[in-house]
Design a protein around this ligand. Sequence first.
Ligand code: 3HC
Length: 307
Amino acid sequence: HLSTTPSAREGKIERLTVFGAGLMGAGIAQVGAQSGLKVVLSDVTDKALENGLNIIQKSLARVAKKKSPDDIEGFTSKILKNIETTTDAGKAVEQSDLVIEAIIESIKVKRDLFGFLDSKAKSDCIFATNTSSLSVTEIAESCSKERQEKFAGLHFFNPVPAMKLVEIIRTSQTSTSTYEALKEVTLRMNKSPVTCNDTPGFIVNRLLVPYLLESIRMVERGDATPEDIDTAMELGAGYPMGPFKLLDFVGLDTTSYISQGWRDKAEAGQISKELVQPIELLDKLVKEGKLGRKSGEGFYKVSHMIE
Ligand code: 3HC
């Protein structure tokens, strides 16, 4: 059931709709609610929504322990009051000022969703995708010319409640007022925005993914163990997690998927071919279902870390 409170004050984003109740979508809904936005979280099944609310509840309990140790329950329920859920995509965007999409990384599914939402949302509603590997421009082209001016990438990082960065991706069509509104709402979410053109991997993944892939190649060549490489990068370069802990954390399938997608872009000369050569060890682990934290095992056995 969706409430019907007054819509946004002129130009200011008050109502956020998030599509996708997985780890990223749940995190985005949570930080939106924490910043005082009215949030609608939408996914295709009730089960997915339940799972998303569970992720949010666990994370909020963690935040509350720090911010409001004497009233964890009160803190959590106050923020949860800002979040409604629905499986009805059309209803979910009826009053929305901003849509953030964090569903499966499939260009077709994303384009179908945005194409549908274009006719359902208010004409001034901003559309944003949290894609990490697809072209924002190609996704935006599923919408009308007018909406393409209100379309951008808004890329969050895992775990969303803890990571302070948001990449704002401007396409050649994104208007300055859309960009400014996204910057403003990102700051309200207590995140630091950076801006990047619509290029493979934007800033963080463009640099992070080749580093992760090269660390797997080091192990494949027998140069060093995953444990020693992690220790080296944590203690020698000050990274909070070494590359193998991070690979398990992000998901080996996700990393492999990004690298595969980039191979096509390499053909088109947008990224150098050597960076994204296939890696047997990575393909083997993914085939065996060793995806990292989400499956209980990746480079490490991580079943004890799953929440
Ligand atoms: N919900 C809420 N808060 C959380 C949280 C969660 N799920 N996870 C961590 N936190 C908070 C903690 O409460 C703590 O808060 P505090 O600073 O106020 O005390 C803070 O984050 C640090 O957490 P911990 O003390 O428990 O543990 P660590 O210091 O080891 O930090 C980490 C954990 C933040 C995950 C850190 O190890 C880290 O930064 N790792 C690297 C993560 C990273 O690189 N992510 C990007 C991946 S790439 C990506 O997402 C792009 C995609 O497109 C593939």
